[in-house]
Write a protein that binds this ligand. Sequence first.
Ligand code: SF4
Ligand code: SF4
Length: 269
Amino acid sequence: MQNWKDSILNDRERLTPDSKFKYSCHKGLFCFGRCCGDVNIFLTPYDVLRMKKVLGISSEEFLGKYTLPLILQDQQIPVALLKMGDDENKKCPFVTAEGCVIYTDRPWACRMYPLGLASSVAEAESEAFCFIADDESLCMGFKEDKEWTVKEWLTDQGVDIYNQKSQAYMQFTLNKSFQEGSELEPAKVQMFYKTCYNLDTFRTHLFSSSFFERFDIDEATIEGLKTDDEALLDFGIKWLRFSLFAENTLKVKDDVWDKKRNELGIITE
Ligand code: SF4
Ligand code: SF4
């Protein structure tokens, strides 16, 4: 029996940016709110950044109250899953009779809906493609007259902007180590999760440690990191690339290297 991933790759129509579909979701449809429950929504770090901000709470509080930490089996990547309610319909904590209370800052997956995105590493020159993600007979939105191309939908819903803001993170997760599903040590998984998802704690760690004494970071960047969450997320990715994969994304100060060489008794010419 094929799993859900295979069934998407094998059975779903692969939409192109110009493919058309009819769809409109609005209050008054009898299914209104149906899809905002009992669903797996994996949050990106940028989703968490937006959601905790609009709710006016810290990333620590947001993660504790609204998410479950998980590790993606294939790639061994830590992610935050949006926690659904304990009620019979397992409702999303943000759905009300009026719709989504954080609509302007809803996660990437909710913006995509009713489209899904899939790709296969097994297929040569595989490209990600969109597909219709729901059962069209259950979603009344497909019976409405409003017509979209896939491209129009993604722009209208702000998916393009979310993709841009998540570019550094997505690029990082394409590292060979994740693509091959190599397991990171638990401490490194923690570091990955905290840096990407728990931005306020990451900021506290940066500014309460000797980090900026050890790395060559200009003053303007340091000032920006104090208040700008998006800059902090991109900086965090650079830090992870440096610390997990020894990439050249940050520079250690010369005097720190000199001290280390002296401690180790390494003589340089
Ligand atoms: S099932 Fe479809 S039409 Fe109904 S609320 Fe969900 S997305 Fe909208
Ligand atoms: S975040 Fe908003 S749009 Fe997404 S599932 Fe929850 S209520 Fe629905």
